[in-house]
Design a protein around this ligand. Structure first.
Ligand SMILES: [Zn+2]
Ligand SMILES: [Zn+2]
Length: 136
C-alpha cells in the first residue's frame, strides 16, 4: 500500500497517518465487529503501533474478546465512526478499520476470520483462507 496511508472519520475531526505497511489484513466476521461497525464484517488491517499517529479526540468502548483480551474500540465521539482497536494482548499493533482510509481501494483482505459468526447472506471471496475464529 502507498505510504504514508492517511484516513479518518466521517466528520473529519479524527485523522490518522500510518508510516509502515500492514503486517496482516483480514475481514473479521465476529459479532462484536458486526455490531460496532453496523456491517456484515469489518475489513481490517494491522500496523505496528510505532507507525500509527492519531490526531484529534477519540473515545473508546471496551469489549472482551474470546481470548479474554480487552478490545478497546476507538471511535469519533462526534460522528461515531469506528476507527481503530487497541488489543490489550498485542499493544504493539493497531488494527485499523480499512474503510476509514482516504483511499480504501488500495486495501486487500488476505483472509476471513471468525467465519463461525458470519451471516449466511454475506458474500466471501472463495479464494481467501477461512478461519472459524482467530487464525493460530
Ligand atoms: Zn468524526
Ligand atoms: Zn471482529
Amino acid at each position: 500500500m502507498k505510504l504514508p496511508m492517511t484516513g479518518g472519520c466521517l466528520c473529519g475531526k479524527v485523522r490518522y497517518e500510518i508510516s509502515a505497511q500492514p503486517v496482516s489484513t483480514a475481514n473479521c466476521h465476529c459479532r462484536s465487529c458486526q455490531k460496532s461497525v453496523g456491517a456484515p464484517h469489518l475489513a481490517i488491517f494491522v500496523v505496528p503501533t510505532s507507525s500509527f499517529t492519531v490526531m484529534g479526540n477519540y473515545r473508546e468502548y471496551i469489549t472482551i474478546a474470546a481470548s479474554g483480551n480487552k478490545m478497546h474500540r476507538n471511535f469519533c465521539p462526534e460522528c461515531g465512526t469506528s476507527l481503530f482497536v487497541i488489543n490489550s494482548g498485542f499493544p504493539q499493533f493497531r488494527p485499523v478499520s480499512a474503510m476509514t482510509l482516504d483511499d480504501p481501494s488500495d486495501y486487500k483482505p488476505e483472509k476471513d476470520i471468525w467465519v463461525a459468526d458470519a451471516q449466511p447472506w454475506d458474500v466471501m471471496d472463495p479464494e481467501l483462507p477461512k478461519f472459524a475464529g482467530n487464525p493460530q
